[in-house]
Write a protein that binds this ligand. Structure first.
Ligand SMILES: Cc1cc2nc3c(=O)[nH]c(=O)nc-3n(C[C@H](O)[C@H](O)[C@H](O)COP(=O)(O)OP(=O)(O)OC[C@H]3O[C@@H](n4cnc5c(N)ncnc54)[C@H](O)[C@@H]3O)c2cc1C
Length: 475
């Protein structure tokens, strides 16, 4: 009998764990193929530390082929799944296409930036969902401080030193918290006129930061942010974004060159394209993670609406904790389905949450016990080290270096504004000159600041040249 073919789409928390579980269970008795646009698993919770210059980008990646024995990695993105023919059509990084036939499919394509119909946001904001965006933000923020320090015009200096983050969930909160520390460190090297201090605003329509988490975590995070000087504006969002700044819903216009969009995520459009029943944009699955009516298809992580058995009528939230555990169950159930075993239902109670606020500060509630200050900071870092499937020593080494050395305030200019548009289905890839993202799937909107159509177009990302600064590009 030929070996069963298992295809896993996406190597994030859910897909990586499913592949690992299956490779251990199958021990060479199945063909396991993992399709992912990058050759690494990205540990997203530490991405704000990459943007803040604490961690070098490779630290938050884990090599797929280096850690998943017996799993064949196919580099590329699924662009069409034919459920009847049981095949996945994909496009590789150099435009080559392939079709992967499967006996079992695990869909774990995760999520992408969520857009809201706010004028100017798609053009002037950047998301925070992948390494390219984190690298862009680090460079951009550094550049703004450097330009502000040499600006003759006080108004331009103030605008460059004003940073607006929209969305006070864990991503926006961590970006603002780390961002304020980063710019304070940069300003020590590039003092601003009249002792101006960089200004960070964190906006959310909700009444508190971290609205989806325990109130005590919100209180801690709000206190630390305000104490650090971050302007937390609850009940406020962006009405319009322009090249020169943002108009807030309370009527104030804030001069800024930086708008970071952290209003949440939506499932990867691939799930929607299947034409199967969805629940708030996520692919509806049974508690066993199997897709109803398609016994050979499983889905997990952010892309799947998994019934929460502890809260009837609800679905598990989009968190790494759930995705990681669902990946394991998906792997076990795929294996069971191949040998005629019994499938188990997914059930998991939150073990708590950790939010890194930069420096030694964090807000955490491991097993429901609320912690703040350095103790929470230590628990948070310990949690991340334990949760990462690899690269722990390098991460710990970077933390140690950051504790004893000043932050490196240089911009490499490798990721440009137009190469990380907000509206993309491929936030893990940089958009290439020519308009299409490297992975060939657009989020639906035209490329932002398309270099080929922008004045002064330059053929490749690289160090900043005058001719490589599209008119509305890197602001
Ligand atoms: C900045 C940030 C910080 C976060 N911090 C936390 C935190 O502290 N705690 C927490 O619980 N959660 C956190 N989250 C949320 C958490 O990261 C997600 O819930 C989790 O990553 C979901 O796992 P997943 O496997 O479903 O998707 P992902 O981890 O996003 O992985 C999806 C994978 O699928 C790939 N993919 C996408 N489309 C295709 C395609 N068409 N073909 C092939 N491959 C594809 C992607 O490249 C990616 O590798 C954070 C998220 C962000 C963005």
């Amino acid at each position: 009998m030929s070996r069963p073919r298992i295809v896993i789409v996406g190597a994030g928390f859910a897909g990586y764990r499913a592949a690992r579980t299956l490779s251990r269970a199958a021990r060479g008795r199945a063909d396991i193929t993992l399709l992912n646009p990058t050759d690494y698993f990205l540990y997203l919770p530490l991405l704000p530390q990459v943007a803040a210059g604490i961690l070098e980008p490779r630290r938050v990646t884990v090599s797929l082929s280096g850690t998943l024995r017996g799993v064949r990695l196919v580099l590329g993105e699924a662009d069409h799944i034919d459920l009847d023919a049981r095949s996945v059509h994909c496009t590789g990084p150099e435009g080559d296409t392939a079709t992967l036939a499967y006996d079992r499919l695990v869909l774990a394509a995760g999520s992408v930036n969520k857009l809201l119909p706010v004028p100017g946001v798609a053009e002037h904001a950047h998301g925070f969902r992948g390494l390219p965006e984190a690298l862009y933000l680090r460079d951009h923020v550094t550049r703004q401080i450097e330009l502000a320090a040499s600006a003759d015009d006080p108004k331009s200096c103030a605008a460059r030193c004003t940073f607006v983050v929209v969305g006070a969930g864990y991503t926006g909160t961590e970006v603002a918290a780390q961002g304020q520390l980063l710019t304070d460190a940069l300003v020590r090297k590039h003092p601003l006129r009249d002792g101006v201090r960089p200004r960070w605003l964190l906006l959310d329509l909700a009444g508190r930061v971290l609205p989806e988490l325990d109130r005590r975590l919100s209180d801690t995070a709000g206190r630390v942010l305000r104490g650090r000087g971050v302007e937390v504006r609850t009940g406020t969002s962006v009405k319009e974004a322009t090249r020169d700044g943002v108009l807030l819903t309370d009527g104030e216009f804030v001069d800024t060159r930086t708008l970071v969009w952290c209003v949440g995520v939506r499932p990867d459009p691939l799930a929607e394209s299947l034409g199967l029943p969805m629940e708030r944009g996520r692919l509806l699955v049974e508690p066993t993670l199997r897709v109803p009516g398609r016994p050979e298809v499983f889905a997990c992580g952010d892309a799947a609406a998994v019934p929460d058995l502890d809260e009837p009528g609800q679905y598990t939230p989009m968190t790494a904790q759930h995705a990681w555990r669902q990946g394991k169950v998906a792997g076990q159930n795929v294996a069971a389905s191949l040998i005629g075993g019994e499938l188990r239902s997914y059930r998991h109670k939150d073990l708590g949450f950790v939010v890194d606020l930069g420096g030694v500060q964090a807000a955490a509630n491991p097993l429901g016990v609320p912690l703040s200050g350095p103790l929470a900071g230590a628990v948070t870092r310990g949690y991340h080290l334990a949760a990462m499937p690899g690269n722990r020593v390098r991460v710990a080494a970077d933390w140690l270096l950051d504790a004893v050395l000043p932050r490196q305030g240089v911009q490499l200019g490798l990721v440009r504004s137009w190469s990380v548009p907000l509206d993309t289905a491929s936030p893990e890839l940089v958009r290439m000159p020519g308009g299409e993202p490297a992975g060939h799937r657009s989020g639906g909107a035209p490329a932002r600041d398309h270099p080929a159509t922008a004045p002064g177009a330059h053929p490749a990302p690289g160090p900043v040249k005058r001719s490589d600064t599209p008119a509305q590009g890197d602001q």
